[in-house]
Design a binder for this molecule. Structure first.
Ligand SMILES: Cc1cc2nc3c(=O)[nH]c(=O)nc-3n(C[C@H](O)[C@H](O)[C@H](O)COP(=O)(O)O)c2cc1C
Length: 355
């Protein structure tokens, strides 16, 4: 199982939804950086469950406990390891899933791969809960990048077909429901509560922008920024699509529409448009890096669905018990920021080595 990623920075994520703890190890992070613990906890709180109607009622404090890599709050160059203890576990909610796999979840594929030894409780190692340690690692990377003039911020771009409107600004990411348009946000929340009422769930899109990014990050062919960023984004459970800049829209454009004309702004080279999403040849142009991530509707729904009984080798009905997010998107906004921050810092460190 590969739960590690990165070239110059290496992140490993461990634990299961209902194990004693979940956590991360980050290797290669620059020594001498003072982590703002308060800011890190605030960042993790944006993802934490149990706070509002569009999140699972499972309550977890989600406070990181650093085991190594720090002297005081300053990184010392040794591998940085932090854990979050799991408290609010209810493994009994999941016992029947060993026989009747949830449609849309990883129960069936985990059964095939691990021959029945997998931890099914709360989705085990496949759980969305494992994005909390990703937020510890990525939250630290995001703080470091911010100190170096690179801001990474995301918003909810769409939920259930309702699209956000307006330009992203710095404060949007910090909102409890991060849309630019509050009106559109209200419509999206209504879509979520309608789905929840029907015992169903709903999906959506998160847009993340990195500004202040220098030109020249990333490598050609397989080390390009699109490859680096999407490899981490696709590690987030429930992600089914990633697009950069104009994304799939480029397929319907002509070259003259899609190409971003260059111009000089003083001594700086910019482009008039940004259909490339800040990346050409896998390398950053210096324009904002823009990436959109599509999340599927939460697979665990209380509405009855058709599955199979593995023991009885026949069709079975399933109505998933337990506590689940009716829509993953709002809680996943900081997770996307964390993933993009990790990929950008990994490439940034690589570029520093070249110069
Ligand atoms: C923040 C977050 C919360 C999630 N919450 C749930 C949940 O409450 N119930 C559920 O069935 N899936 C949830 N998921 C999604 C599943 O973990 C995911 O769909 C499953 O592991 C299968 O992986 P796949 O969708 O990538 O194929 C969540 C994902 C994230 C990122």
């Amino acid at each position: 199982m590969s739960s590690s990623i990165g070239e110059n920075l290496k992140m490993t994520i461990f634990g299961q939804s209902h194990s004693a703890a979940i956590g991360m190890t980050l290797e290669g992070f620059p020594a001498g950086f003072c982590i703002d613990q308060e800011k890190l906890i605030q960042f993790l709180q944006r993802r934490a469950p149990g706070k509002n109607a569009w999140s699972t009622p499972r309550k977890e404090a989600d406070e990181p406990e650093f085991l190594s890599g720090l002297v005081g709050n300053t990184t010392c160059g040794a591998p940085l390891t932090a854990v979050i203890r799991n408290h609010n576990t209810r493994p009994q909610d999941y016992s029947m899933l060993k026989d009747v796999p949830r449609p849309g979840h990883a129960d069936y594929t985990a059964e095939v791969k691990y021959h029945g030894f997998q931890d099914v409780s709360g989705g085990g190692h496949f759980s969305g809960r494992l994005t909390a340690p990703l937020c510890i690692a990525g939250g630290i990377c995001r703080q470091f990048l911010s100190d170096h003039g690179i801001q990474i911020q995301a918003r909810i771009a769409a939920i259930g077909g309702i699209c956000d409107e307006g330009e992203m600004t710095g404060s949007v990411a910090e909102k409890e429901f991060p849309t630019v348009s509050d009106e559109r946000g209200v419509e999206m929340k209504k879509k979520i509560s309608d789905a929840k009422e029907k015992g169903d769930s709903i999906g959506g899109i998160i847009e993340c922008t990195a500004t202040g990014i220098p030109a020249g990050l990333g490598d050609p062919i397989f080390g390009g920024m699109e490859s680096r960023i999407s490899a981490i984004l696709f590690g987030i459970p429930a992600v089914k699509g990633v697009e950069f800049g104009a994304g799939f829209g480029v397929a319907a454009m002509t070259g003259s529409q899609n190409n971003d004309p260059f111009f000089w702004r003083g001594n700086q080279i910019e482009t008039e448009t940004n259909h490339a999403g800040g990346i050409l040849g896998g390398i950053t142009t210096g324009m904002p890096l823009v990436v959109r991530t599509a999340f599927k509707p939460t697979p665990s729904i209380s509405r009855e669905q058709t599955s199979i009984s593995l023991s009885q080798k026949k069709t079975a009905q399933i109505s998933v018990p337990g506590r689940h997010d009716p829509c993953i998107v709002p809680r996943a906004v900081p997770v996307v920021e964390a993933a993009v921050s990790f990929a950008v810092l990994d490439a940034w460190i690589g570029r520093k080595k070249e110069l």
